[in-house]
Design a protein around this ligand. Structure first.
Ligand code: ZN
Length: 323
C-alpha cells in the first residue's frame, strides 16, 4: 500500500509580513525561497522559507493575515511546528534567540530528543529539535544565512496537534496514511512514518475537556504530507475518500499538486507532490527575490502588487540589549 513519506510543508498564519520575514529569514536564518500570493486570496502574500533549494520537507510557509484575531488554542488544530537542527546546536540557538528578545522556553527532553521551544512574534509555537538528519530528503545550506551552516535549520521535524478523540484520528493515521504509533511521553502520543526521525513525526495530545481551537494569527493552517508523484497522490486520495473523509479534487499549486482534507478531529491535512518544485519558475540563485505568481494570476500582476505591502529582504535587524 503506498503511503505518505513525511512532511512536505507546514503552513501557518502570521501577522504583518515584514515581521514574519525578519523573524524566519533574519533570526532563524531560513531562506525565503518563494515570495508569492495566497492563490485563494491573492491580496495576501504567501511566503515560503526553506533550505537554500527548497527541498520538499524543509519548507515552512505563511499567510500574513495581519487583520485576523489571534488563534484560540484548542482541539482540532496543529499547535506546534518542529524544526530539525544539528546535534549540539541548541545552546547556541538559545543564546542567539535570547539576544534578539525571542520568547524561548527551557531546553527539554521529549521522546529522548533535545528540544528548545520558542514562540514567534505572532504567537506561533515553534520547537527546535536536535537530531541527526538521517532522512533522504536532502538539505542544501544557505551561504547567505546569518546562521552558520553547522547550526542551520535542516528542515521540518514534525508537529504537535490537539485532538478531542485520539482514537478516531489514530485510526486514519495508522490505517490509511501509513503511520505507526510509537509510544507516549507525558500525555503526548507519537506517530511516525517509516522509522521516524526528521520530517516523520506527529505528536498528538488528547484534550477532551478543551474547547475547539480556531485559526488566527499564530496558528498552523495545515500540515502537508509528501506523495511521490501525481499517480501516488490519486491513490492516496482514493484511500482517504474510502476511509470516509472528504478530500478536495487535485489542485494545481504550480510548484506541486495538492489535495486537502480534514482528518476526523478537524486538523487540515494536505497531500502534496514532491515535484516540480520551486525552481520551475525562478533560477535557483535568485529564489524569493521577486514576486512570483502562478501563470493564471499573471494577468492581474499590477493590481495584485499594488495591494501587497513592500518587503525589505534581506531583513535589517538589530540585536536587543540582553539584560
Ligand atoms: Zn499547503
Amino acid at each position: 500500500m503506498p503511503t505518505i513519506s513525511g512532511l512536505h510543508h507546514v503552513t501557518a498564519i502570521a501577522g504583518p509580513a515584514q515581521e514574519n520575514l525578519d523573524f524566519y529569514a533574519g533570526i532563524l536564518g531560513m531562506r525565503l525561497v518563494k515570495k508569492s500570493v495566497n492563490q485563494d486570496d491573492p491580496g495576501t502574500y504567501h511566503l515560503f522559507y526553506a533550505d537554500a533549494e527548497g527541498h520538499a520537507g524543509t519548507d515552512l510557509t505563511f499567510f500574513p493575515w495581519a487583520h485576523l484575531a489571534p488563534s484560540r488554542i484548542g482541539h482540532g488544530l496543529a499547535t506546534e511546528v518542529q524544526l530539525t537542527v544539528p546535534r549540539g546546536s541548541l545552546d547556541a540557538w538559545g543564546v542567539r534567540l535570547t539576544g534578539y528578545g525571542v520568547r524561548v522556553g527551557t531546553i527539554a527532553t521529549r521522546f529522548d530528543e533535545r528540544v528548545l521551544p520558542l514562540v514567534d512574534p505572532h504567537g506561533l509555537q515553534v520547537a527546535l529539535v536536535e537530531a541527526d538528519d538521517v532522512t533522504s530528503r536532502g538539505f542544501t545550506p544557505w551561504p547567505e544565512s546569518p546562521v552558520p551552516v553547522h547550526e542551520q535549520i535542516r528542515g521540518l521535524h514534525g508537529a504537535r496537534a490537539w485532538e478531542r478523540d485520539l482514537a478516531s484520528t489514530a485510526h486514519i493515521l495508522t490505517g490509511t496514511l501509513g503511520f505507526t504509533q510509537a509510544g507516549s511521553d507525558r500525555g503526548w502520543t507519537r506517530f511516525v512514518l517509516g522509522g521516524g526521525g526528521p520530517g516523520r513525526v506527529l505528536d498528538i495530545r488528547e484534550t477532551p475537556d478543551e474547547r475547539r481551537g480556531s485559526w488566527g494569527t499564530g496558528s498552523i493552517h495545515h500540515l502537508a504530507w509528501r506523495v511521490d508523484d501525481d499517480a501516488q497522490e490519486l491513490v492516496m486520495r482514493a484511500a482517504v475518500e474510502a476511509a470516509g473523509l472528504r478530500p478536495t479534487p487535485v489542485i494545481d499549486r504550480f510548484w506541486f499538486k495538492s489535495v486537502y482534507f480534514k482528518e476526523p478531529g478537524g486538523v487540515l491535512f494536505e497531500l502534496a507532490t514532491d515535484g516540480p518544485g520551486f525552481a520551475v519558475d525562478e533560477e535557483a540563485a535568485h529564489l524569493g527575490e521577486s514576486l512570483v505568481l502562478p501563470p493564471w494570476l499573471e494577468a492581474q500582476r499590477t493590481a495584485i502588487a499594488r495591494v501587497l505591502p513592500p518587503l525589505t529582504y534581506p531583513p535589517v535587524l538589530s540585536q536587543r540589549a540582553v539584560t
